[in-house]
Design a protein around this ligand. Structure first.
Ligand SMILES: Cc1ncc(C[n+]2csc(CCOP(=O)(O)OP(=O)(O)O)c2C)c(N)n1
Ligand code: SF4
Ligand SMILES: [Mg+2]
Length: 426
């Protein structure tokens, strides 16, 4: 049989007798039997001796970090169309499966369409033969020559419990093409644990040992498990998922004109749950209705429901290339949290124009302070909105018409007549 998935020009790179050779050869035959084209197969290999097969493969190959190949393959599988004829195969060692066991469980849980071949030679071959969590009792390694092992983790049971569609453990010497072909043809997530030997470190540490005998003595069973529900109906559907939390750029057609020509930056600083963000959006929409460029950059603590809530709005006739300002032209402060947040800008020597709620203590500042009883007049939840009404009216940076129009689209408009705010402006 001529090779299709492995190149003819290079010998396999493994030591004489290494079990990885058998996995590569049986994989070649299984894929040929199933009629795959080499360019329809994506191999994701892990760090370790088994992973140096890359240069022999004629299919697509991706080489992952140690233990992370399954996560990479999961991303590839999730990105393929549901009716794709592509086959994703992971080559990983017992060391990589130990290090990346969580990725394996998650891939099985989500039933990503792929086959993971765990090359279980019971030690970390590439780094000198240290034991992995798959090293069974009675199997010595160079660093554990008289090993009293805790026993091996049963990766098949782990994958089964996590929800894999198909799991098998097979003997990795001789012809196991049919077993691999069966796994490759499963829909959803399949895992095959191939029991094999590192002839360099495994045999040296266990002279005369036969793989079959070790497996019997360690009571490792060859098993096959199929989850019919997962196979038939539960392939994940990622269509319609949002790929980003960033919202689309807001487009608002111009209806009004604005007199202001220069760039104006405004910092709104208040408390979570008191309408600071929606007041900032209201200001941004008013400016956009007037055909201006606007940016809005929000700041909240990690605990979004408590503490400060701040937003920096920049309004300009020209495009804006930087969204923040350490020296705002205006600062609108409606709560104690907001005052604390704004303090570095109030004490940096810059002369901002500040609208501050009457309940707050005036700080030492070079800025021009205007005290307004916003919370008392319209309530804590509407104080930020009133500060915007006040700013736009006093500064005349935008027209009253554009503000009235923006308010008609505001979520508060149905509950709170605009006069609630306009009455406070005189
Ligand atoms: C996160 C991380 N830890 C450790 C290593 C070092 N390292 C490279 S190969 C290897 C052992 C690989 O063993 P296994 O996955 O069983 O593959 P094998 O060599 O036996 O085929 C280790 C520990 C690494 N590259 N990255
Ligand atoms: S060191 Fe062991 S695992 Fe690595 S290629 Fe040689 S026999 Fe195989
Ligand atoms: Mg190994």
């Amino acid at each position: 049989m001529s090779k299709q998935f492995l190149t003819d020009s290079k010998a396999l790179p493994f030591c004489k007798g290494c079990g990885h050779t058998g996995v590569a050869q049986n994989t070649e035959r299984a894929l040929q039997q199933l009629g795959y084209d080499p360019l329809d197969v994506i191999f994701v290999t892990d760090i370790g001796c088994h992973g140096i097969i890359d240069k022999n493969l004629v299919s697509h190959t991706v080489h992952g970090l140690h233990g992370r190949s399954v996560a990479i393959a999961g991303g590839i599988a999730a990105g393929l169309p549901k009716d794709s004829n592509k086959k994703v195969i992971v080559f990983i060692g017992d060391g990589g499966a130990t290090i990346g066991m969580q990725h394996l469980m998650i891939a099985a849980h989500h039933n990503f369409s792929m086959t993971v071949i765990v090359h279980n030679n019971m030690l970390y071959g590439m780094t000198g033969g240290q034991p992995s969590e798959f090293t069974p009792e009675g199997f010595n390694t160079p660093t554990t020559p008289h090993r009293s092992s805790a026993g091996a983790i049963d990766i098949c049971k782990v994958a089964e419990a996590a929800g894999a569609a198909y799991v098998s453990r097979i003997f990795g010497i001789g012809n196991f093409t049919a077993e691999l072909a069966e796994a490759f043809s499963q829909p959803g997530f399949s895992l095959v644990e191939v029991m094999e030997l590192c002839t360099s470190y495994g045999l040296k540490s266990n002279p005369g040992m036969k793989l079959k005998n070790l497996i019997e003595e360690a009571e490792i069973e060859f098993i096959k498990y199929t989850n019919e529900t997962k196979k038939s109906s539960e392939l994940p559907d990622y269509e319609g998922h949002r790929l980003s939390l960033i919202t689309d750029q807001l487009v608002i057609p111009q209806e009004y004109t604005a007199d202001s020509t220069h760039k104006i930056s405004i910092l709104l600083a208040g408390s979570a749950g008191e309408g600071t963000q929606s007041a900032a959006e209201f200001l941004a929409r008013t400016a956009m209705l007037s055909g201006l460029h606007v940016t809005r950059k929000s700041h909240v603590p990690v605990t979004v429901g408590v503490g400060f809530s701040a937003s920096e709005v920049i309004i300009s006739k020209e495009p804006i290339y930087y969204t923040g300002s350490s020296k705002p032209d205006y600062i609108l402060i409606t709560s104690k949290d907001g005052l604390e947040y704004a303090m570095p800008r109030l004490t940096n020597g810059y002369k901002s124009i500040v609208y501050m709620d009457a309940t707050l203590q005036t700080p030492e500042t070079a800025s021009e302070i205007h005290i307004i009883p916003m919370r008392e007049k319209v309530g804590a939840r509407n104080a930020a909105l009133l500060s915007v009404f006040k700013l736009v009216t006093d500064s005349r940076m935008l027209s009253m018409e554009s503000m009235i129009s923006a308010y008609s689209q505001h979520k508060l408009a149905a509950k709170l007549p605009i006069d609630t705010f306009l009455d406070q402006l005189t």
